[in-house]
Ligand binder design. Structure first.
Ligand SMILES: Nc1ncnc2c1ncn2[C@@H]1O[C@H](COP(=O)(O)OP(=O)(O)OP(=O)(O)O)[C@@H](O)[C@H]1O
Ligand SMILES: [Mg+2]
Length: 256
Protein backbone atom coordinates (compact mmCIF):
# COMPACT_ATOMS: atom_id res chain seq x y z
CA UNK A 1 0.00 0.00 0.00
CA UNK A 2 1.21 3.50 -0.85
CA UNK A 3 2.05 5.64 2.17
CA UNK A 4 -0.27 8.62 2.38
CA UNK A 5 1.19 12.02 1.51
CA UNK A 6 2.53 14.12 4.39
CA UNK A 7 -0.03 16.72 3.35
CA UNK A 8 -2.77 16.28 0.81
CA UNK A 9 -5.21 19.07 -0.06
CA UNK A 10 -8.07 18.43 -2.44
CA UNK A 11 -10.51 20.82 -4.05
CA UNK A 12 -9.78 23.69 -1.69
CA UNK A 13 -12.04 26.71 -2.08
CA UNK A 14 -12.04 30.07 -0.37
CA UNK A 15 -13.81 33.33 -1.15
CA UNK A 16 -13.66 36.70 0.55
CA UNK A 17 -17.09 38.14 -0.15
CA UNK A 18 -17.56 37.81 -3.90
CA UNK A 19 -13.81 37.47 -4.53
CA UNK A 20 -12.88 33.83 -5.21
CA UNK A 21 -9.29 33.53 -3.99
CA UNK A 22 -8.86 29.74 -3.88
CA UNK A 23 -10.72 28.07 -6.70
CA UNK A 24 -10.53 24.30 -6.41
CA UNK A 25 -6.85 23.76 -5.58
CA UNK A 26 -5.26 20.31 -5.21
CA UNK A 27 -1.81 20.16 -3.64
CA UNK A 28 0.07 17.18 -2.26
CA UNK A 29 3.40 17.13 -0.43
CA UNK A 30 5.15 13.80 -0.04
CA UNK A 31 7.44 13.20 2.92
CA UNK A 32 10.63 15.19 2.28
CA UNK A 33 9.04 17.26 -0.50
CA UNK A 34 10.81 20.38 -1.73
CA UNK A 35 7.93 22.18 -3.35
CA UNK A 36 7.75 25.81 -4.46
CA UNK A 37 4.49 27.70 -4.81
CA UNK A 38 4.84 30.59 -7.24
CA UNK A 39 2.52 32.99 -8.99
CA UNK A 40 1.85 36.70 -9.46
CA UNK A 41 0.97 39.03 -6.57
CA UNK A 42 -2.58 38.38 -5.44
CA UNK A 43 -2.68 34.88 -6.97
CA UNK A 44 -3.80 33.45 -3.63
CA UNK A 45 -0.53 31.90 -2.42
CA UNK A 46 -0.68 33.19 1.15
CA UNK A 47 -4.36 32.32 1.35
CA UNK A 48 -3.56 28.77 0.28
CA UNK A 49 -0.89 28.50 3.00
CA UNK A 50 -3.44 29.81 5.51
CA UNK A 51 -5.86 27.11 4.41
CA UNK A 52 -3.17 24.42 4.73
CA UNK A 53 -2.05 25.67 8.15
CA UNK A 54 -5.60 26.03 9.43
CA UNK A 55 -5.40 29.80 9.97
CA UNK A 56 -8.33 30.02 7.57
CA UNK A 57 -11.18 27.54 7.24
CA UNK A 58 -11.94 26.57 3.64
CA UNK A 59 -15.38 27.00 2.08
CA UNK A 60 -14.88 23.62 0.45
CA UNK A 61 -12.37 20.82 0.01
CA UNK A 62 -10.31 18.72 2.38
CA UNK A 63 -6.87 18.75 3.98
CA UNK A 64 -5.27 15.49 5.06
CA UNK A 65 -2.12 15.01 7.10
CA UNK A 66 -0.54 11.60 6.75
CA UNK A 67 -3.94 10.38 5.58
CA UNK A 68 -5.88 11.87 8.49
CA UNK A 69 -8.59 14.41 7.72
CA UNK A 70 -7.68 17.65 9.55
CA UNK A 71 -9.91 19.99 7.56
CA UNK A 72 -11.85 21.02 10.64
CA UNK A 73 -8.76 21.42 12.85
CA UNK A 74 -7.71 24.99 13.64
CA UNK A 75 -4.12 26.22 13.31
CA UNK A 76 -3.12 25.29 16.88
CA UNK A 77 -4.38 21.76 16.47
CA UNK A 78 -2.75 21.34 13.06
CA UNK A 79 0.50 22.62 14.59
CA UNK A 80 0.26 19.84 17.18
CA UNK A 81 -0.33 17.41 14.31
CA UNK A 82 2.94 18.51 12.69
CA UNK A 83 2.24 21.52 10.46
CA UNK A 84 4.55 24.50 11.03
CA UNK A 85 4.57 27.73 9.13
CA UNK A 86 6.30 31.06 8.90
CA UNK A 87 4.61 34.27 7.92
CA UNK A 88 5.24 36.71 5.09
CA UNK A 89 5.38 39.36 7.81
CA UNK A 90 6.92 38.03 10.98
CA UNK A 91 5.02 37.82 14.23
CA UNK A 92 7.32 37.26 17.18
CA UNK A 93 7.98 38.65 20.63
CA UNK A 94 10.26 41.60 20.01
CA UNK A 95 11.19 42.35 23.60
CA UNK A 96 11.92 38.76 24.52
CA UNK A 97 15.45 37.39 24.13
CA UNK A 98 16.15 35.13 21.15
CA UNK A 99 16.81 32.24 23.55
CA UNK A 100 13.45 32.74 25.26
CA UNK A 101 11.54 32.97 21.98
CA UNK A 102 12.97 29.60 20.92
CA UNK A 103 12.58 28.12 24.43
CA UNK A 104 8.90 29.00 24.35
CA UNK A 105 8.48 27.02 21.14
CA UNK A 106 10.47 24.05 22.45
CA UNK A 107 8.50 24.09 25.71
CA UNK A 108 5.25 24.09 23.74
CA UNK A 109 6.47 21.13 21.78
CA UNK A 110 7.03 19.40 25.10
CA UNK A 111 3.33 19.81 25.85
CA UNK A 112 4.08 22.45 28.45
CA UNK A 113 1.57 25.04 29.47
CA UNK A 114 2.44 28.54 28.29
CA UNK A 115 2.06 29.91 31.80
CA UNK A 116 4.88 27.68 32.98
CA UNK A 117 7.35 28.45 30.26
CA UNK A 118 9.64 30.63 32.38
CA UNK A 119 10.36 27.77 34.74
CA UNK A 120 10.61 25.36 31.84
CA UNK A 121 13.02 27.52 29.89
CA UNK A 122 15.66 26.64 32.48
CA UNK A 123 14.90 22.91 32.28
CA UNK A 124 18.10 21.15 31.12
CA UNK A 125 16.44 19.21 28.31
CA UNK A 126 14.85 22.34 26.95
CA UNK A 127 18.03 24.38 27.35
CA UNK A 128 20.05 21.84 25.40
CA UNK A 129 17.47 21.62 22.61
CA UNK A 130 17.30 25.43 22.35
CA UNK A 131 21.09 25.65 22.20
CA UNK A 132 21.17 22.97 19.52
CA UNK A 133 18.69 24.97 17.42
CA UNK A 134 20.50 28.27 17.99
CA UNK A 135 23.77 26.65 16.89
CA UNK A 136 22.19 25.13 13.80
CA UNK A 137 20.76 28.49 12.78
CA UNK A 138 23.88 30.53 13.57
CA UNK A 139 22.10 32.39 16.37
CA UNK A 140 24.15 31.34 19.40
CA UNK A 141 25.98 34.68 19.58
CA UNK A 142 22.72 36.62 19.91
CA UNK A 143 20.87 34.23 22.25
CA UNK A 144 20.57 36.84 25.01
CA UNK A 145 19.60 39.77 22.77
CA UNK A 146 16.03 40.97 22.66
CA UNK A 147 14.69 39.75 19.34
CA UNK A 148 13.70 43.26 18.31
CA UNK A 149 17.36 44.36 18.42
CA UNK A 150 18.41 41.87 15.74
CA UNK A 151 18.76 42.76 12.07
CA UNK A 152 15.62 41.73 10.23
CA UNK A 153 17.31 38.83 8.43
CA UNK A 154 18.27 37.23 11.72
CA UNK A 155 14.76 37.75 13.07
CA UNK A 156 13.52 35.69 10.14
CA UNK A 157 16.04 32.99 11.08
CA UNK A 158 14.62 32.93 14.61
CA UNK A 159 11.19 32.51 13.09
CA UNK A 160 12.32 29.46 11.12
CA UNK A 161 14.10 28.06 14.21
CA UNK A 162 10.82 28.38 16.11
CA UNK A 163 8.95 26.54 13.37
CA UNK A 164 11.53 23.75 13.48
CA UNK A 165 11.39 23.62 17.29
CA UNK A 166 7.95 22.04 16.92
CA UNK A 167 9.53 19.10 15.04
CA UNK A 168 7.10 19.46 12.16
CA UNK A 169 6.40 16.94 9.42
CA UNK A 170 5.29 19.75 7.13
CA UNK A 171 6.86 23.21 6.97
CA UNK A 172 5.16 26.06 5.12
CA UNK A 173 7.45 29.03 4.38
CA UNK A 174 5.76 32.18 3.10
CA UNK A 175 8.50 34.30 1.50
CA UNK A 176 11.10 33.64 4.22
CA UNK A 177 13.53 36.15 2.72
CA UNK A 178 10.97 38.88 1.98
CA UNK A 179 12.09 42.31 3.13
CA UNK A 180 15.52 41.01 4.10
CA UNK A 181 18.46 43.10 2.82
CA UNK A 182 20.33 41.24 0.08
CA UNK A 183 23.44 40.83 2.27
CA UNK A 184 21.45 38.75 4.77
CA UNK A 185 19.38 36.56 2.45
CA UNK A 186 22.05 33.94 1.76
CA UNK A 187 22.07 32.80 5.37
CA UNK A 188 18.32 32.22 5.26
CA UNK A 189 18.55 30.33 1.99
CA UNK A 190 21.36 28.18 3.41
CA UNK A 191 19.18 27.28 6.38
CA UNK A 192 16.22 26.50 4.13
CA UNK A 193 18.46 24.43 1.86
CA UNK A 194 19.81 22.50 4.84
CA UNK A 195 16.49 21.57 6.46
CA UNK A 196 15.95 18.00 7.64
CA UNK A 197 15.31 15.99 4.45
CA UNK A 198 12.38 14.18 6.09
CA UNK A 199 10.37 17.39 6.48
CA UNK A 200 7.97 18.17 3.63
CA UNK A 201 8.67 21.80 2.73
CA UNK A 202 6.47 24.18 0.78
CA UNK A 203 8.02 27.56 0.03
CA UNK A 204 6.45 30.66 -1.47
CA UNK A 205 9.21 32.63 -3.10
CA UNK A 206 9.38 35.30 -5.79
CA UNK A 207 13.10 34.98 -6.57
CA UNK A 208 13.20 32.45 -9.39
CA UNK A 209 16.88 31.65 -8.85
CA UNK A 210 16.00 30.55 -5.32
CA UNK A 211 12.97 28.61 -6.51
CA UNK A 212 14.89 26.75 -9.18
CA UNK A 213 17.76 25.92 -6.86
CA UNK A 214 15.54 24.69 -4.02
CA UNK A 215 12.52 23.01 -5.53
CA UNK A 216 12.08 19.53 -7.00
CA UNK A 217 8.48 20.37 -7.81
CA UNK A 218 6.79 23.67 -8.62
CA UNK A 219 3.14 24.68 -8.55
CA UNK A 220 2.15 27.87 -10.38
CA UNK A 221 -0.92 29.53 -8.96
CA UNK A 222 -2.79 32.12 -11.04
CA UNK A 223 -6.11 33.66 -10.00
CA UNK A 224 -6.60 31.06 -7.29
CA UNK A 225 -6.13 28.08 -9.60
CA UNK A 226 -3.29 25.72 -10.33
CA UNK A 227 -2.07 27.03 -13.66
CA UNK A 228 0.84 24.61 -14.07
CA UNK A 229 2.71 22.03 -12.06
CA UNK A 230 5.88 20.13 -12.73
CA UNK A 231 9.58 19.76 -12.23
CA UNK A 232 11.71 22.91 -12.47
CA UNK A 233 12.70 21.86 -16.01
CA UNK A 234 9.05 21.44 -17.03
CA UNK A 235 8.07 24.79 -15.55
CA UNK A 236 11.03 26.55 -17.15
CA UNK A 237 10.00 25.16 -20.53
CA UNK A 238 6.31 26.04 -20.04
CA UNK A 239 5.40 28.86 -22.45
CA UNK A 240 2.35 30.00 -20.52
CA UNK A 241 4.32 30.34 -17.30
CA UNK A 242 6.90 32.57 -18.98
CA UNK A 243 3.99 34.74 -20.17
CA UNK A 244 2.47 34.96 -16.71
CA UNK A 245 5.83 36.20 -15.46
CA UNK A 246 6.47 38.65 -18.28
CA UNK A 247 6.86 42.00 -16.59
CA UNK A 248 6.74 40.38 -13.16
CA UNK A 249 9.49 40.88 -10.57
CA UNK A 250 11.74 38.18 -11.97
CA UNK A 251 11.69 36.08 -15.08
CA UNK A 252 11.70 32.31 -15.14
CA UNK A 253 15.28 31.33 -16.02
CA UNK A 254 15.52 29.95 -19.55
CA UNK A 255 17.80 27.12 -18.42
CA UNK A 256 16.30 24.08 -16.69
N1 LIG B 1 -8.65 38.48 4.64
C1 LIG B 1 -8.91 38.90 3.39
N2 LIG B 1 -10.05 39.59 3.11
C2 LIG B 1 -10.30 39.99 1.86
N3 LIG B 1 -9.50 39.77 0.80
C3 LIG B 1 -8.36 39.11 1.02
C4 LIG B 1 -8.00 38.64 2.32
N4 LIG B 1 -6.80 38.00 2.24
C5 LIG B 1 -6.45 38.09 0.95
N5 LIG B 1 -7.37 38.74 0.22
C6 LIG B 1 -7.32 38.98 -1.23
O1 LIG B 1 -7.15 37.72 -1.83
C7 LIG B 1 -6.30 37.80 -2.96
C8 LIG B 1 -5.14 36.82 -2.78
O2 LIG B 1 -4.33 37.29 -1.71
P1 LIG B 1 -3.06 36.46 -1.20
O3 LIG B 1 -2.49 37.27 -0.11
O4 LIG B 1 -3.46 35.08 -0.91
O5 LIG B 1 -2.14 36.52 -2.50
P2 LIG B 1 -0.60 36.17 -2.68
O6 LIG B 1 -0.50 35.29 -3.87
O7 LIG B 1 -0.01 35.69 -1.41
O8 LIG B 1 0.01 37.60 -3.05
P3 LIG B 1 1.50 38.22 -2.74
O9 LIG B 1 2.41 37.63 -3.77
O10 LIG B 1 1.30 39.69 -2.95
O11 LIG B 1 1.87 37.88 -1.33
C9 LIG B 1 -5.87 39.24 -3.06
O12 LIG B 1 -6.73 39.87 -3.99
C10 LIG B 1 -6.11 39.78 -1.68
O13 LIG B 1 -6.39 41.14 -1.70
MG1 LIG C 1 1.45 36.36 -0.14
Amino acid sequence: MKTPAALDARGLRKSFGSLVVTDGVDLALEEGARHALIGPNGAGKTTLVNLLAGSLAPDGGTVRLGGRDVTRFDAARRAREGVARTFQINQLFDRLAVFDNVALAVAERNAAARSLWRALSSHPRIVSRVNELLDAFGLADVAGEPLGHLPYGRQRLVEIAIAIAGEPRVLLLDEPAAGVPSGETQRILDVVGGLDPRIAVLIIEHDMDVVFRFAREITVLVDGRVYARGTPAQIAAHEGVAEVYLGARSAVPSHG
